[in-house]
Ligand binder design. Structure first.
Ligand code: GAR
Length: 204
């Protein structure tokens, strides 16, 4: 008998290196309680879509500009996720803030990876390279990444995992981003997908 697995959707906007880490973790057995069933992008040029296609994962593209309001965009997103029977939504570099309407619909079923140690350098306006630029500007010696549940407060939901990463002399936003991804994000996010998928499977 095959064990039940949580159906996971990964929401992306860009390069998709975190998506790749999840795909690889499923392949090598680090993720065994969940399976990536869908990748949704709000950017038709996201390289993450190619990564999904290469792995044989179904994709959907939803462009905000094709909807008259963010509410209509979110409704379409909800429909896409529900049609597929998604149990867990993973925001992996998804550069759109979701409203309370969306987050309450999937309470404790949405997780996000953020490239800092929350509550530092987080909230509205802190995304991607900008986070690392601000960390360097402040002169912090340690930064890191956080995986957390998503609620109505941007980067404000319960923390699942965090990992610290050293800032080194001479770092640029790009070198720091790479170290934080390699040493923290690509490890924490797959681990959290497994942990929450396992919880979901045992709840049901
Ligand atoms: C990652 O560093 C992720 O933590 C960050 O965007 C990058 C996406 O890279 N997310 C945020 O800043 C969210 N606030 P990827 O597309 O290669 O995974």
């Amino acid at each position: 008998m095959t064990e039940k697995k949580a159906k996971v959707a990964v929401l992306v906007s860009g390069g998709g290196t975190n998506l790749q880490a999840i795909i690889d973790a499923e392949k090598n057995g680090t993720i065994r309680s969940g399976t990536v069933s869908l990748v949704v992008s709000n950017n038709e040029n996201a390289y993450a879509l190619t990564r999904a296609a290469n792995a044989g994962i179904e994709t959907a593209v939803l462009l905000r500009k094709l909807f008259e309001s963010s509410e209509a965009f979110e409704q379409a997103l909800i429909r896409t996720l529900e049609e597929k029977g998604i149990d867990l939504i993973v925001l992996a570099g998804f550069m759109t803030i979701l409203s309370e309407r969306f987050t309450t619909r999937f309470r404790n079923r949405i997780i996000n990876v953020h490239p800092s140690l929350i509550p530092s350098f987080c909230g509205q306006g802190f995304y991607g390279l900008k986070v690392h630029e601000e960390a360097l500007k402040k002169g912090v010696k340690v930064t890191g990444a956080t995986v957390h549940f998503v609620n109505e407060i941007p980067d404000g939901g319960e923390i699942i995992f965090q990992k610290a990463v050293e800032v080194l002399p001479g770092d640029t936003p790009e070198t720091l981003q790479k170290r934080v991804m390699e040493q923290a994000e690509w490890i924490l996010l797959p681990a959290a997908v497994e942990e929450i998928s396992k919880r979901i499977c045992t709840e049901e």
